[in-house]
Design a protein around this ligand. Sequence first.
Ligand SMILES: [Zn+2]
Length: 388
Amino acid sequence: MESTTLRAFKYRLYPTKAQIASLDTTLTLCQRLYNGMLEERRGAYQKAGKSLTAYDQMKSLPEVKAALPEYAGVNAQVLQDVAKRLDKSFKGFFRRVKAGQKAGYPRFRSRDRYDSFTYPQPRQNSVSGNGKHVYLPKIGNVRIKLHRPFSGKLKTLAVKREGQEWYAVLTCEIPRPAPLPQTGNAVGIDLGVRHLIVTSDGDFEDNPRPLRTAQKRLRVLQRSLSRKKRGSKRRHKARQAVAKLHLKVKRQRDDLHHKAAVKLVRENDWIAHENLSITGLARTRMARSVLDAGWGSLIEKLISKAEEAGRTVIGINPAYTSQDCHLCGHREKHSLSVREFTCKGCGAFLNRDVNAAKNILAWSMPSWTQGGSVERACPEKPRSSELG
Ligand SMILES: [Zn+2]
């Protein structure tokens, strides 16, 4: 295992009016460059069947600057990073195509969808000695609030706009923390809407009320926004309100996911979940709710925390997790509205989601072969010695 790891530290910025103007301009220019480079890649491919690389596009940056003098006001490395970002989304696209997943060709980004730029090689002393300012080349010394200290070698420095607020994200290389001591526990988790998480141990993690209320209100605001006339002042206002609430919902959800992930990683050596990238899951349940619950972001957090702690997170095929009895393997389709799982095979009676979580755990075990009746009848909880 590598001896270092990356950690991101995020801080609020308090730019002056003039600095806000240059931050905004930088973002806009990066967004246009991104779209321009995307166009260029498409064109090169359509006309000549040629695939451009990030390196090709970086080489043409001096020409861009010569033709469009406003780009001289943006740090050269920030512009290079735009090419790298585009390259990343193309690599992701090709990877998904290869894996046979829904691919999604890289898209043009609107101003709202392009909200950050990155200094890929910032100075180590970018944050001033007294911790009150951060130096952003071509923009200046911007006031920063270090609400907690950061440590390690500064690798990248990103500036992010969230609604009306600005943030700096410092990605630092830190020594890898020692793995957490083994607990001997393994757990399966079922992700849901009413309960964010139901575990194979029978624990229920609620989707808290404030978050649900805010989500409901967000939907109301979005509907009202869609009725406002394009280009009107009221539409602009409504849009800002939506953006602000959206941010609030995201923060509450991130916080919830963070806490849930930390708890799972602290208490278990082995965590099994349903693999969300397997298409069809979103369709079998309500797609809307899947988006609201943001399971993907929870799993991401879980994986990164587990990596640091030396734990295992494993995704399993979600098929039949809620139809099969975890004790005898009897398969039967139950209505989604029925909360209890009653097995006609062996008479097992328990919460539907707990049954699913128990299946998820059992099927994640290396010794498990689906369809093998011996294992299927085994008690659900593995011994720690099997976790190896
Ligand atoms: Zn049964």
